[in-house]
Write a protein that binds this ligand. Structure first.
Ligand code: ADP
Ligand code: MG
Length: 210
């Protein structure tokens, strides 16, 4: 894994988010202010604008560069949170291009950084309801010596189940929490966008390693 792999994953995440623009916009209109997908797409476009710079870097520095672009372009609550994810991953990678166990550790460090920034864990109806179960399962798979292929097959399913589970949750963090009980019955937009990106990245990495 290097800057080229990081950029390939960003490209894949961007393509899939674009395909789901209307759906994510509508989710955020129901329990937020509707800007979530547009915040993300703006960030993705900024990342594409520095594609060559990201590709030229090693794994960790490529993530760090992507993190700084995300921070300066993605607004809303999710900008600083996705910055924390990428920057937390960059710090934990310490310049290495990790294997399965290493990547599980790196991802989990990124998710922990999001938790510190957003001051939330599972059950608040946020992106953390996808990120935490995925990081946890990733760690378990790594501890069992799972192959990269197994990881790429299992994690999208965990992400999807976890995303769907946000539908019945009561929002206690972010804008959706202002709705109280009325937040129930809608999937969290950040959980959906995170799940879409995880699925897209796993699919792209599978192509890379064919
Ligand atoms: P805003 O709510 O400021 O308009 P966005 O629309 O960009 O920001 O992002 C909304 C998403 O951010 C929510 O769907 C939720 O997943 C996530 N979110 C909000 N607050 C938090 C938090 N404290 N921790 C983790 N995720 C959060
Ligand atoms: Mg919003």
């Amino acid at each position: 894994m290097n800057g080229k792999t990081v950029m390939a994953c960003i490209d894949a995440a961007f393509a899939s988010l674009k395909e789901h623009t209307d759906e994510i916009a509508s989710l955020d209109q129901q329990i937020g202010d509707g800007d979530h997908i547009f915040n993300l797409l703006r960030g993705m476009e900024a990342l594409l604008a520095v594609k060559a710079d990201i590709e030229a870097e090693a794994f960790g520095p490529a993530l760090e560069l992507a993190a700084s672009k995300v921070l300066s372009t993605v607004g809303g609550s999710s900008g600083p949170l996705f910055f924390s994810l990428l920057s937390g991953m960059a710090k934990a990678s310490a310049g290495n291009a990790p294997d399965v166990a290493g990547f599980a550790h790196v991802f989990s460090a990124g998710v922990e950084a999001v938790g510190l920034r957003g001051k939330t864990g599972v059950g608040s109806k946020t992106m953390m309801d996808v990120l935490i179960p995925v990081a946890k399962r990733f760690g378990e798979l790594a501890a069992q010596g799972a192959s990269a292929r197994e990881v790429r097959e299992v994690l999208p399913r965990v992400a999807e189940d976890s995303m769907l589970a946000t539908r019945d949750m009561l929002a206690t963090k972010g804008r959706a929490s202002f709705l109280g009980e009325r937040s129930r019955g809608h999937i969290d937009p950040g959980a959906r966008s995170s799940q879409i990106m995880i699925a897209a990245v796993c699919a792209r990495l599978a192509q890379h390693n064919k």
